[in-house]
Design a protein around this ligand. Structure first.
Ligand code: HEM
Length: 201
């Protein structure tokens, strides 16, 4: 009687309305695809216990040097040692312990061996078209704040390696430098200073 299936408020048509709405736009479909893909990659990498007897990978020796964009590209995790480096806001970090994110096949592999600043600021996990050094000068202040926040996260979690060199810049020599001085010497040369608090260790 009252519960006619054609009633506009009945839940099946309400639900199908939402579904229609979602699938009516290519952008929505693309976003759903992206979310599903990233979730799949992350879940798959965190469940990757298929070889429980495999010994943990030995830690690579620490490196301390500056990189040009071209040199950085060598460290995308595809080399025999599997080291992965990522640059954010002019600083290069060794993210090898986060290889499941940034290494080959990871959800953020596009950042491995690259300057991730633009991608992080614009929520894009695909490789930027920009070849060569990216001075980020077209990013707005919110995007730059986001770059600096990401950099703080990288600094907390990963080992700092050196600076990302602008075209024509010379690499610094770190051979005689004490570990404790590393972050300080970097701060003065960086293109954009993040909140550079020395770590109390
Ligand atoms: C679209 C949906 C997305 C989902 C569901 C997602 C999910 C996640 C999750 C669950 C983690 C934490 C993984 C862990 O610590 O075990 C993570 C970390 C991260 N995500 Fe996403 N993410 C998404 C989009 C993005 C985008 C667009 C970017 C790039 C701007 C991004 C960049 C990162 C980075 C850099 C990390 C940190 C990895 C690390 O610890 O080094 N994510 N994401």
């Amino acid at each position: 009687m009252a519960d006619s299936p054609d009633s506009p408020d009945s839940s099946p048509s309400f639900l199908s309305g939402i579904i229609n709405e979602i699938f009516s736009s290519y952008l929505n479909i693309a976003l759903i695809g992206l979310i599903a893909f990233l979730l799949y990659k992350i879940v798959r990498s965190s469940n990757d216990t298929s070889t429980p007897s495999a010994p943990p990978e030995p830690e690579l020796p620490k490196i301390r040097r500056d990189f040009t964009i071209k040199e950085l590209k060598e460290f995308d995790g595809n080399q025999p040692d599997g080291r992965v480096l990522v640059a954010v806001n002019g600083s290069v970090y060794d993210v090898t312990k986060g290889k499941r994110f940034y290494g080959p096949g990871g959800p953020y592999a596009a950042f491995g061996g690259r300057d991730a600043s633009r991608g992080l600021a614009t929520f894009s996990v695909v490789s930027s078209d920009k070849e060569g050094y990216d001075d980020l000068s077209d990013l707005n202040s919110m995007e730059m704040d986001s770059v600096r926040e990401w950099e703080l996260q990288f600094k907390e979690k990963y080992e700092y390696v050196g600076r990302l060199l602008k075209p024509g810049e010379e690499p610094a020599s770190y051979s005689d430098e004490e570990d404790d001085n590393q972050q300080d010497s970097n701060a003065s040369n960086k293109p954009i200073n993040a909140d550079d608090k020395p770590k109390a260790e």
